[in-house]
Design a protein around this ligand. Structure first.
Ligand SMILES: Nc1nc2c(ncn2[C@@H]2O[C@H](COP(=O)(O)OP(=O)(O)OP(=O)(O)O)[C@@H](O)[C@H]2O)c(=O)[nH]1
Ligand SMILES: [Mg+2]
Length: 378
């Protein structure tokens, strides 16, 4: 909107401050035209700072505006600053009673407030929730039938969340492909268990010939854990102790369709160990590297882990432990990053049952709490 001469824009770090300045400057009769949060930024670790913008006009221009538009008799009483504030309070009360009080929500279109609130309750990062809410509001506005259908906002929300999630095809092996796939990630996220699930499903469901390779010789029990699965599923296992032996081990795995490489869990903080891991993978020349993240991890851990594992060049994502995680909206912090197509989800400890291929709408419904892991409504 182009600013008219008497419209003024005020910025302050809180809405209250901005409104106080409006009152000082334009008097108690000022008409508030709009309020919005315009920026959130991080100041050298001091925390997020917000900047709010209020557009207002003085009383004289407010009545002038009305004269240009509808006649006064139809326009009703002239909105004053107090009425503007009442309106703001009503929005704040609405959010507050919904449990999601948040001063940034003041500019969220009212048609999408409940959607915004659902997203925040699911621990969605605020900026993502805001973007999604605006997208839902736009879709509702473009859809004349939406006023009659209270479920329409929910449907558009699923569409919008699903639109943020890139999925890859599940592990891309077929008879004769000899696909090499490695799993990397932090300690204890479920890499070995997921390898067992993938191996069993490839062998039993897809009738592929599978070989396993592990480079995890750091923990005494690690090789035994995978060997036990290899014995049960009846697939060969090669143990590789140094990068120079990787090629020979892959060759020794023989004529198989899919080679799954298990790796030692690495702390995202341990750059040296992550580089060691990358050295093994360079020799293996995998077709796919899946970063395994626990869905139960905190938002910041998810983001930092995704960044720190970059030397291993992961190009897919496997999310484990969805059964243990609350507030799945946090996952959008990594899912919407470019370069991470999600391939599989795991939903429990049972091998091989608790494995799903990733599907954007299913994941979107799980994230916004419209579906449970069992597939039904919550
Ligand atoms: N609840 C739940 N537990 C899981 C899931 N996947 C794996 N686990 C459990 O998580 C624990 C660790 O699993 P592992 O497969 O050993 O994890 P890892 O990533 O190989 O661990 P390291 O090799 O030590 O880094 C085990 O108790 C698994 O049963 C899952 O989807 N849900
Ligand atoms: Mg392991």
């Amino acid at each position: 909107m182009k600013l008219k001469s008497n419209e003024r824009t005020y910025q302050a770090s809180t809405i209250k401050e901005a409104l106080a300045t409006v009152r000082r400057d334009l008097g108690g009769d000022a008409l508030i035209l709009s309020t919005r949060e315009i920026r959130r930024r991080w100041l050298f670790g001091l925390g997020a700072r917000s900047l709010f913008e209020v557009k207002a006009t003085d009383a004289a221009s407010a009545s002038g505006r009305r004269a240009e538009g509808a006649p006064m008799s139809q326009a009703g009483p002239r909105p004053k600053l107090k009425e503007g504030l009442d309106e703001l309070h009503a929005v704040v009360d609405k959010l507050s009673s919904a449990g999601g009080l948040n001063p940034w929500a003041l500019d969220i279109p009212s048609s999408a407030l409940s959607v915004y609130d659902d997203l925040l309750r699911a621990d969605t990062p605020e900026e993502t929730a805001r973007r999604l809410a605006f997208e839902v509001a736009d879709r509702l506005e473009a859809d004349p039938g939406s006023h009659y259908d209270p479920n329409r906002a929910g449907k558009y929300l699923i569409d919008a969340v699903a639109g943020l999630i890139a999925t890859s095809t599940p592990i891309d092996a077929a008879t004769g492909t000899r696909r090499v796939v490695a799993l990397v990630g932090p300690t204890g996220v479920g890499k070995t268990t997921t390898i067992a699930k993938l191996a069993a499903s490839a062998k039993v469901t897809h009738r592929l010939r599978v070989g396993l390779v592990t480079v995890d010789t750091y923990r005494i029990a690690a090789v035994e854990q995978l060997r036990t699965y290899a014995d049960i599923i009846d697939v060969p296992l090669e143990v590789v102790e140094e990068p120079g032996h990787m090629r020979a081990a892959i060759a020794k795995a023989g004529d198989v369709d899919l080679i799954l490489i298990d790796t030692a869990g690495r702390s995202p903080r341990d750059e040296i160990k992550i580089r060691e891991l990358a050295a093994f993978l360079n020799e293996a020349e995998p077709d796919e590297v899946h970063l395994v993240l626990s869905a139960a991890a905190a938002e910041r851990t998810l983001v930092v882990t995704a960044e720190r594992f970059a030397p291993a060049r992961p190009d897919r994502l496997i999310l484990t432990k969805l059964d243990e995680a609350d507030g799945l909206g946090r996952l959008l912090a990594v899912l919407e990053r470019p370069g991470f197509a999600i391939s599989h989800l795991t939903t429990g400890q049972a091998v091989p049952e608790d494995l799903e291929r990733a599907e954007p709408r299913r994941l979107a419904r799980l994230i916004v709490g419209r579906e449970t892991l069992g597939g039904g409504r919550p």
